[in-house]
Design a protein around this ligand. Structure first.
Ligand code: FEO
Length: 169
């Protein structure tokens, strides 16, 4: 009886669980958004960008799943989110990468919010878990900024030529 009670004890703080569930929704939205970008690139035979965004879509889903499993492992209740308002309308390839950077910056701010919440309620396990995401966001923002630098350097060049200089993943 006693061991059952111990096993069922929730280690995640309820307020942290709430912000992490919001984060799951945000990561799934990012995944859907990257999928829309992949489709735009795929239709225009922009092969590197197409692969890049399909990969990003997968990675964002992995991020969501990482948080999802963490919440349940920590005795909380992960919620499968609804994903709304996915934009499928883009002006250009540059517009897509600019939106991607903006999206990553918003995700970073949201991760910081989760991190701060975990710290403020002394939820050390969640704080340590979130460290990985803090580092991941540094990399993701850096990738998007580097790609936008390529656009600046190659301004006026044909789109396919620019695409060939961009990373596939
Ligand atoms: Fe999971 Fe790119 O943020």
């Amino acid at each position: 009886m006693k061991t059952t009670a111990i096993r069922k004890q929730m280690t995640i703080h309820p307020e942290v669980m709430d912000v992490l569930n919001e984060q799951i929704a945000m990561e799934m939205h990012a995944s859907a958004s990257y999928l829309a970008m992949a489709s735009w690139c795929d239709q225009r035979e922009l092969l590197n960008s197409k692969s890049f965004f399909y990969k990003q879509a997968e990675e964002e889903r992995e991020h969501a799943m990482k948080i999802f499993e963490f919440i349940n492992d920590a005795g909380g209740a992960a919620v499968s989110p609804e994903v709304h308002n996915v934009n499928n309308d883009f002006e250009s390839l540059r517009d897509i990468y600019e939106r991607s950077l903006e999206q990553e910056i918003n995700v970073t701010q949201s991760i910081y919010k989760c991190f701060k919440k975990a710290r403020s309620v002394d939820d050390y396990a969640s704080e340590l878990f979130l460290q990985w995401f803090v580092n991941e966001q540094v990399e993701e923002e850096d990738t998007m900024r580097s790609i936008l630098d390529v656009f600046d350097l190659m301004e006026g060049m044909p789109l396919k030529m620019i695409d060939e200089r961009l990373p596939k993943e």
